[in-house]
Design a protein. Structure first.
Lengths: 130, 130
């Protein structure tokens, strides 16, 4: 390690800092989606909102393009997060009708899933990591 | 939209802000990995560093746990990012020997891939989104 170029050491330090920030933002995001899920359930709103999701993806693609990030990667990233949220939600859902309704609204695909589905980030609902 | 509960509107606004921050951090991260890849190539260092990657994953799992985020999700997230970086790198690699060496070091799996592989986030190298 000690014989690494100083520039490389500095870059690694920056990458580590960025990764820590990403993890903390994701933690905050899951807290928000959890609250959204609870709120929607309380007022009787459906868990999925494909119109909003489509807007979110389009917006993130635009932001990515401005920031110099591949918009396709940005879309894959948010799709990945959505899929995780849905996975947690489905694992916690006791009524199969709910999961079926959500899948119907989204066509069974992660990109159409609700970005605001409730999640339980700390729950060890999936030990096998799928 | 106008008949949504105010709390839901506020939460959605926060989620949108968090997502924008995530996209910008990811853009910065890819800039750093690109520089790392260029630097490693210049000094003749191998692209993959499994020991560092293992430390990174362990660290992020610890940070996630402290932040209230499922450590398994944190690991899946960084694995997803690594896989994207490798994918971009492989698409840009002209010499197949390089890609083979990287796959050999990582066992062909994303978690063992080098988190610091160079990437070209804006390059439309994969129109099919795999």
């Amino acid at each position: 390690m000690s014989d690494l170029p100083p520039d490389l050491v500095n870059l690694r330090s920056s990458i580590d800092n960025i990764d820590a920030a990403l993890v903390h933002l994701l933690a905050e995001r899951f807290k928000a989606t959890q609250r959204v899920g609870e709120l929607k359930a309380a007022v009787g709103l459906p868990p999925a909102d494909p119109v909003r999701e489509e807007r979110q993806i389009a917006r993130l693609r635009g932001l990515a393009d401005e920031a110099g990030l591949d918009p396709q990667f940005a879309e894959k990233f948010i799709t990945f997060v959505i899929a995780e949220v849905i996975r947690h939600h489905e694992a916690l859902t006791t009524g199969p009708a709910d999961a079926g309704a959500a899948a119907g609204e989204t066509g069974g695909e992660a990109p159409g899933g609700n970005i605001e589905q409730p999640a339980a980030p700390r729950a060890p609902v999936d030990p096998a990591r799928q």
